[in-house]
Design a protein around this ligand. Sequence first.
Ligand code: FA5
Length: 353
Amino acid sequence: MLEQLTHVEQAALAALEAAQDEAAIEQWRVAHLGRSAPLMQVFDQLGTLAKEERPAVGRRANEVKKAIEAAFAARSETLRQLTLARSLTSERLDVTLPGRRAPLGRLHPDTQTLRELYHVFGEMGFQVFRSREVETDEYNFQLLNFPVGHPARDMQDTYFVAIGAPRGDNPVVLRTHTSPGQIHAMRAYAAMNPDNPPPVRIVLPGMCYRYEQVTTRHETQFDQLEGLAVGPGITFGDLKGTLADMARRLFGQATRTRFRASYFPFTEPSAEFDIECFLCGGEGCGVCKGSGWLEIGGCGMVHPVVLRNGGYDPKRYTGYAFGLGPQRIAMLKNRIDDIRLFWQNDLRFLEQF
Ligand code: FA5
């Protein structure tokens, strides 16, 4: 039995020398220290030995177990070091190489323009008021003094939300402009104190939708920035001063502006607001179509009917409103010649801003 133990020890140590990687060493552990290893069988047979033989064989079996366990631990450590050394040479890392930059996003040119506009109007005391994109005909048109069947509705061809359903006289629509927000805002302000509604000075940003021919200057989806100021004694002079000041802050102090009489059912009087073409300095060029002026938006004094619909008594309050096209402003500022580029998500376009 003692001889058999010496043989077990030598065989185990020789096999351990031959194990070259982690898988081999694990196989070795199962074979030589596992439950059915030859050494374990010696331990199992101890009870069958003659009484006088048992102590010597038991002692020797324990010695062999300790020896091969120690050899196993040493070999594992050597192999671990070897594997580490191999991977350090094969996966060499040059820590002096510059890192790879993670691609960084940036603000869309339309968002940049909107933020500039918020800043300019914020400095003039305007707050941002957000209003819904899906409206009823009542808010989008009727409360803004467009009666059902009024020809001015044709200026804003409408997307109806419930296709095929009977429309009735108050269908759900995608808003064609941000002006319905005027009614929501005035009603919200008036609700604070119905007998004495507080003054309003807000800008209302948001997407608008019109079923119209797409051109370089017209999209079916575009955004507007509405402005509304209501209070006692507000005049057309306040409107002119506010928009002219906005244009100077946005395009430079020398910017000239003009107002042309126009028509909107919800303002009276109404005007289109132009700035002098800064590309040609008013001489006339391709961008301003030879006129020397660029249209920025519509504006006017809030119609008494609209004031009343918003909860403001037109005998005590007046107000002005305007609607600007931030994309048109972004086009002018950045010399973008086609509005369709805005929502195409072409990185070659977006990365320029
Ligand atoms: C209106 O939508 C009025 N609600 C503006 C207004 C508000 C007038 C308050 C008076 C008082 P208009 O349809 O002109 O007006 O649009 C205003 C601006 O929105 C335009 O000057 C233009 O900058 C932008 N806009 C209108 N239609 C489109 C379109 N299809 N694509 C891109 N921008 C557009």
